[in-house]
Design a protein around this ligand. Structure first.
Ligand code: ADP
Length: 296
């Protein structure tokens, strides 16, 4: 089957994004920085030893992606072969237009020819990489079929378009993430899917741990990092007052980065925390009040 040309850039974009991700995770000599919050490293290592698929649950920006990058680096010695992988980790950020075809692959027009191009999931299944499907429930429903056949004893990937039934490489591992708080009931992960995974729950860290992360990632001094972490904790407490998501560790790091670049702390917090987390004037005011108390 020949796909319309305007489909091609989409596949290409995904591939390029994955390659950036993969080369970043693969080429580094030191492990991507990750501060464990509990026993997640040990549990993931044990899951990998039996090639059990893993589900990471937790709010946005709390470290799930960084954790997978870290684990991919850590597990390179636990692989069954010594082959160096070009792409040890393939990350796909799922969205509502993402189809099974985007993950598996498609025929592309190259000059007069149509050539098959593996999608990121297929590349991982063939090579024995880790495939991380971020925010899986955002993807179209037809992707679920792929997940099911890859996560039970069959470990196969059916490629309808080429008629191939691909056996997963022994080192292949599927990792998916989802954010239970943010999903609507309609987009909830089905029990039949959920129960195929070892689940690891993530949440924002305590103040001391988050201060360490913010300091490391943004380069601000420890006193500023601590203040930002306290803002994080207090803003998250607002959730009890109807405010859906707290501020993520990622946004606290952004604030730190602006401060490290010379922006005044309050201005940095306005741009990266207050304006970023809500459009609601009431919520913004409540968050601004917290910032006012904590930042100089
Ligand atoms: P998620 O995938 O949960 O949305 P990320 O992994 O992208 O979140 O986390 C956002 C950023 O926060 C990371 O890039 C990293 O800088 C930082 N981060 C969060 N948690 C940790 C942690 N436990 N150790 C190290 N960095 C962390």
């Amino acid at each position: 089957m020949i796909y319309p040309l305007d489909d091609a850039p989409l596949a290409d974009n995904i591939n390029r994004q994955d390659m950036t991700q993969a080369s970043r995770s693969g080429a580094e000599t030191a492990a991507p920085y990750y501060l464990p919050l509990a026993d997640e490293v040990e549990v993931f290592q044990a899951a990998y030893a039996s090639r059990l698929p893993v589900l990471l649950k937790g709010p946005t920006g709390c470290g799930k992606t960084r954790f997978v990058e870290h684990m991919s680096w850590l597990l390179k010695d636990a692989r069954s072969t010594d082959d160096e992988l070009d792409e040890p980790l393939l990350t796909v950020s799922c969205h509502e237009d993402l189809t099974a075809t985007d993950m598996v692959g498609r025929y592309l027009l190259k000059g007069d020819e149509t050539v098959w191009s593996d999608g990121p999931l297929t590349r991982a299944v063939r090579s024995g990489a880790i495939c991380y499907l971020d925010e899986i429930v955002e993807a179209r429903k037809d992707t679920t079929v792929l997940i099911h056949s890859l996560t039970d004893h069959r470990r196969i990937l059916p490629i309808d378009k080429t008629g191939e039934l691909l056996d997963a490489h022994p080192d292949f591992l599927l990792v998916i993430s989802y954010n239970p708080g943010y999903q609507s009931v309609l987009k909830d992960l089905k029990p039949s899917t959920r129960q195929r995974f070892v689940s690891l729950e993530f949440d924002y860290p305590d103040v001391a741990t988050e201060a360490q992360i913010v300091g490391h990632e943004s380069g601000v001094d420890s006193a500023t990092a601590e203040r930002l972490a306290v803002i994080g904790e207090r803003v998250r407490n607002l959730k009890q007052h109807g405010f859906e998501e707290g501020v993520s560790t990622r946004l606290l790091i952004y604030t730190g980065e602006l401060i490290a670049a010379g922006i005044s702390p309050r201005r940095a917090a306005t741009a990266s925390i207050i304006s970023a987390i809500s459009d609601d004037a009431g919520v913004q005011q409540a968050v601004a009040d917290i910032v006012d108390v904590i930042l100089p």
